[in-house]
Design a protein around this ligand. Structure first.
Ligand code: ADP
Ligand code: MG
Length: 347
């Protein structure tokens, strides 16, 4: 089912948790809501689920206005980070719960429910574990069961609020790849909340970046990563170097350095160049910024140099690939670096 949010707003006392949010989600899409803690992600999911009424704005499921429908009428499925399974019920009973608690007229018969539970156990790749209790499962297994429980009711939309947030890093990565494959199988319209940019970029068809209850950018993972719409998004999406400079006539210059870089900005103004540590290269004198090596760190296949550039307040980082015969410039040496791919944002 497609989903449309129109100018959804929600305030708490003096905080605008959601500030006129517009969003269209296509049927079958997996959209990640990405933002730091407090940016409004959970509030947005709760509004969509029907757990929280918005102050204003409209919510459509397909063509139908769902703004005033109850949680049950919306028939959404959700999984929260700490949405515990029912401890006194087996895995199978947990998964069957949503179907069993339907009013009699819409409740499938026992055999149909049992068949559906077995299908879902297969889908989450735990076909043998229906008789277990939640305490007999790992954290990752519990979240897969929670997902099966959410899917059991054939939800209009699946809402996942940091579902893997409490799991350790390796399991999180496995589960997000598993979830992506599962989504490719089911085509279930899904909103996935995370504060982890890697998770969002790897998992989603489209990413919505939130800041203080507003949408900062919407795009595919490639668009968000390679063309961040603002300094905020650039910074949030990965490691960033910031270099202060000045634009004029389609060029950026940096005080005290001869380097001129082509930019889209033609006006004369102070600006900041944002460049990722792996998007800079070592070059000859006169082709880049002179920089003094402060230190170098090796991390698996990567060497990161910390650099001081004359006239700049912040140090820069430059990543080099650590090939066996690579010569790392020593601390104290003078090198020249040139940003290759970068974005410029006016002050
Ligand atoms: P996120 O899920 O992105 O961390 P939330 O949606 O939980 O963000 O919160 C958005 C903003 O609304 C935050 O500033 C938060 O402090 C505030 N907020 C959330 N829930 C409440 C509440 N029940 N009462 C007051 N303020 C709240
Ligand atoms: Mg939250």
């Amino acid at each position: 089912m497609d989903l449309h949010l129109k100018a959804i707003a929600k305030r708490y006392a003096n905080v605008a948790a959601l500030d006129a949010v517009d969003l269209d989600v296509a049927s079958g899409e997996l959209v990640a809501l990405l933002g730091p803690s407090g940016s409004g992600k959970t509030t947005l999911l709760r509004v969509i689920a029907g757990l929280l009424p918005p102050d204003s704005g409209r919510l459509l499921f397909g063509q139908n206005d769902a703004t005033r429908l109850s949680l049950r009428e919306r028939n959404v499925g959700f999984v929260f980070q700490h949405y515990a399974l029912f401890k006194h019920m087996t895995v199978a009973e947990n998964i069957a719960f949503g179907l069993r608690s339907r009013p009699r007229a819409r409740r499938p018969d026992k055999a149909t429910i049992a068949k559906r539970v077995q299908e879902l156990l297969g889908l989450i790749q735990l076909p043998e574990l229906g008789a277990r209790y939640p305490e007999q499962l790992s954290g990752g297994q519990k979240q897969r069961v929670a997902l099966a429980r959410a899917l059991a009711i054939d939800p209009t939309v699946l809402l996942l609020d940091e579902p893997f947030g409490a799991l350790d890093a390796k399991v999180r990565v496995e589960l997000r790849r598993w979830l992506r494959r599962l989504h490719d199988q089911t085509g279930q319209t899904t909103l996935f909340v995370t504060h982890d940019q890697e998770e969002a970029l790897e998992l989603a068809d489209r990413v919505v970046v939130l800041k203080d209850g507003r949408i900062e950018q919407i795009g595919t993972p490639d668009e968000i990563y390679s063309a961040p719409a603002s300094a905020y998004v650039f910074d949030f999406i990965g490691r960033a170097n910031v270099i202060d400079g000045q634009t004029e006539g389609g060029e950026l210059s940096i005080d005290g350095h001869g380097l001129r870089l082509p930019v889209d900005v033609h006006s004369r103004s102070r600006a900041r160049l944002y460049v990722r540590p792996h998007d800079m290269a070592l070059v000859g004198a006169g082709e880049g910024l002179a920089a003094r090596v402060i230190s170098s760190h090796r991390l698996a296949e990567r060497i990161t140099l910390e650099l001081n550039v004359e006239g700049q307040t912040r140090p820069l980082e430059l990543d080099l690939v650590a090939t066996p015969d690579a010569v790392t410039p020593a601390a104290g040496s003078l090198i020249h670096v040139r940003p290759l791919r970068y974005r410029v944002y006016s002050d």
